[in-house]
Design a protein around this ligand. Structure first.
Ligand SMILES: [Mg+2]
Ligand SMILES: [Zn+2]
Length: 163
C-alpha cells in the first residue's frame, strides 16, 4: 500500500526552541499540516508518524503522556478528515546507540515489517531535518520532501497528488 512517513516536530507541529513539546498547550500545528494530512489521507495514502522523543529516556516525559498527546493530535486531525494510521516513536537518548533514533532507519523498517505491504522504494518521507532524509535513505525510501514553514505538508501534498 502506498505509504508516506512523516516526521512530527517541525512538520506536523511547530518545534519548540530549547524544549520538547510535552503538553497540548505547546502543541501548535504547523501551517498546512492539518489540511495536507487530510488531503493525503483522502487520496488513499497510509500515513505513518515517525518521531524521535529522547525526552522519554531522559526522564522528562512518559510513554503514557506521549500517547495522550498523540490521541489529542489524532482527534484534531480526524475532525478535518486526516489521521495517522500508526505512530512510531524512539524514546532513546543519543548515547544509547539504538537502531531507531533517526538518522537510523529502525522505525521505518519496523513499520514495513509490521504492515507487511509497504514497498519502501515507492514510499515517501516528509521531514524537516537532515536526520529525516538520512533515515529515509537508509531505509530505502524512494522519495524525500523537505518540510519547512514555507514548504508545508500541504505544499508537499499538492506535488505528490499532482496528476
Ligand atoms: Mg523534525
Ligand atoms: Zn531508539
Amino acid at each position: 500500500m502506498k505509504t508516506i512517513f512523516i516526521d512530527r516536530d517541525g512538520c506536523v507541529n511547530v518545534r519548540l526552541v530549547g524544549n520538547w513539546v510535552m503538553t497540548w498547550d505547546d502543541f501548535e500545528f504547523m501551517p498546512g499540516a492539518i489540511s495536507g494530512i487530510a488531503a493525503l489521507k483522502k487520496a488513499g495514502y497510509r500515513l505513518i508518524l515517525v518521531t524521535n522523543q529522547r525526552c522519554i529516556n531522559l526522564g522528562k516525559f512518559s510513554e503514557e503522556k506521549l500517547n495522550a498527546l498523540h490521541d489529542k493530535m489524532q482527534n484534531e486531525l480526524k475532525n478535518e478528515g486526516g489521521f495517522f494510521d500508526s505512530i512510531y516513536h524512539c524514546p532513546h537518548d543519543r548515547d544509547e546507540n539504538c537502531g531507531c533514533r533517526k538518522p537510523e532507519p529502525g522505525m521505518l523498517l519496523k513499520a514495513a515489517e509490521d504492515f507487511g505491504d509497504i514497498d519502501l522504494s515507492k514510499s515517501i518521507m516528509l521531514g524537516d531535518q537532515e536526520s529525516d532524509r538520512l533515515a529515509s535513505e537508509a531505509a530505502g525510501v524512494g522519495n524525500f520532501y523537505q518540510i519547512s514553514s514555507e514548504q508545508t505538508i500541504a505544499d508537499a501534498a499538492k506535488t505528490i497528488l499532482a496528476p
